[in-house]
Design a protein. Structure first.
Ligand code: F0G
Length: 464
């Protein structure tokens, strides 16, 4: 018999978490204005709001923390990270930033401009840009053009690479005469389409097409190792290649990358920008010094750069990726067994529950995925996050609500943190909500919202 995967580590330190009563949760979520971001972590039992910065570091990473060199300029920890980035990604130049969105801010300041009007007449094509990425683009007056393949927008369509860029859509965007594209941004894996990977063939084709138009290609690489694992297991010709070799080939098609190290770097904070060209690195470094810090720390402590240099390598270990992606699939399978529709195939860091199918009676104007998130919290103290109309925000030009094709409740699994018993608990909780789903007919209305990226701080009231 084939042996199943099991975690390639054992647990040395534990952090207690506590269950609560439904009455407590009702009071807490009301005080939180029905926004799960406003809950205190003690009010949550299993926290699947994000896989970002929430992973457990290894003993080797903690050891590296103790070796952290906190010198302002030229720290040893910086050079350890530089060597890792060159080895893993093949980029000779990089800038450390305090997290992924800081990398976006610095890179876009250099490539779009830094003022609110600087992006007028510019588009950034890509595959379902992440919300902070889109925020940085729209803040500058530029437009993010989503060129994701259509298959991504139907949760039940089976396609091995639902993060892929549709080359026809990309060509249409790049050939427009009324606007210009300073760069193309490919997100691997594509978070907003369900943690779905991009194939090697697609990365190669995107790169070739952009080269024809002389448009540089950057990868938003937060979950690059999970993407590499899917290439190895789903794309023909890669089964026998190692993860480091696949990662190297992926990044050979990019001119640079932004990175939120809080995901596949397996650290609690950090980010960077990778560059192939010294000229592009030089241009961005001025903004890095202004916004983040000097080029050899740029918003990171030396100890964190050290831990990241270890984490990036650990993320590329096959046993780790098998258990990581395996745990996500385990949760997906439990939910499927209960008849709950989720984005298929299962993604790399999270399971995305189809809230339109789960709560068809709730009107879309009352935020189906958010409503489901609140119900799951009330049921069992499990916190997910809405990927739907709240997150899609208002159109920057018309200020109308945008209703995306999918209303999803994302259950993001932190790296090396929860066991499959927690996954069983989460799945059973959602199955209980499903049993009473027919009676859930009303959702929420916005009582207050911020002008941009409203979902983080929005205040809601139950619709009547
Ligand atoms: N790009 C992607 C694909 C992301 O998923 C994120 C963050 C960022 C960029 C921004 O990085 O948080 O370090 O500033 N995603 C988190 C999430 C917040 O929950 O998916 P950051």
């Amino acid at each position: 018999m084939n042996l199943p995967w099991a975690e390639p580590y054992r647990i040395k330190t534990i952090e207690p978490i506590r269950r609560s009563t439904r009455a407590e949760r009702e009071s807490w979520i009301g005080s939180a204005k029905y926004n799960l971001f406003n809950l205190r972590s003690e009010q949550v039992y299993v926290d699947l709001i994000t896989d970002s910065g929430t992973g457990a570091m290894s003993s080797a990473q903690w050891a590296e923390m103790m070796l952290g060199d906190e010198s302002y300029a030229g720290a040893t920890s910086y050079y350890k990270l530089k060597e890792t980035i060159e080895t893993v990604f093949g980029f000779p130049y990089f800038l450390p930033t305090h997290q992924g969105r800081a990398a976006e801010n610095v890179l876009f300041s250099a490539m779009i401009g830094s003022g609110p009007e600087s992006g007028k007449g510019l588009i950034i094509p890509g595959n379902s840009h992440f919300d902070t990425t889109k925020g940085h683009i729209e803040f500058r007056g530029a437009h993010a053009v989503d060129c994701t393949i259509d298959e991504a927008f139907d949760t039940q369509v089976e396609h091995p690479f639902k993060g892929n860029v549709d080359l026809k859509k990309l060509d249409a965007a790049l050939s427009r005469k009324d606007v210009k594209a300073p760069l193309c941004l490919v997100t691997i894996t594509c978070n907003s389409s369900g943690g779905q990977p991009v194939s090697m063939a697609n990365l190669r084709e995107v790169s070739a097409l952009c080269r024809q138009y002389k448009v540089p290609v950057f990868f938003d690489s937060a979950r690059f190792a999970e993407n590499a694992y899917f290439i190895k297991t789903r794309e023909s010709g890669y089964a026998d290649k190692s993860i480091p070799a696949i990662v190297k080939e992926m990044f050979s098609y990019a001119d640079g990358c932004t990175m939120s190290s809080k995901k596949d770097g397996i650290v609690n904070i950090g980010g960077f920008i990778g560059f192939r060209s010294q000229e592009a690195w030089r241009k961005a470094s001025t903004f890095n010094i202004m916004f983040e810090g000097f080029n050899t720390y740029g918003g990171m402590a030396g100890r964190d750069m050290g831990a990241l240099s270890v984490g990036l390598r650990e993320a590329c270990e096959l046993d780790y990726l098998e258990s990581r992606v395996g745990q996500v699939a385990y949760l997906g399978q439990r939910l499927t067994d209960y008849g709950i529709a989720v984005q298929r195939p299962y993604g790399g860091h999270a399971i995305f529950v189809d809230a339109k199918k789960f709560l068809p009676k709730v009107p879309k104007e009352e935020f189906q995925a958010q409503t489901l998130g609140v119900e799951l919290y009330l049921e069992a103290g499990v916190r997910g996050v809405e990927i739907g109309a709240l997150l899609a925000d208002r159109d920057p030009d018309t200020h109308e609500n945008r209703y995306p094709a999918l209303e999803l409740l994302r259950l993001a699994i932190p790296r090396r943190v929860y066991t499959n018993a927690h996954m069983d608990y989460v799945a059973a909780a959602l199955a209980n909500v499903k049993e009473r789903a027919d009676g859930i007919r009303r959702g929420y209305r916005v009582a207050w919202e911020a002008p941009i990226m409203r979902h983080f701080t929005v205040e809601l009231t139950p619709a009547k």
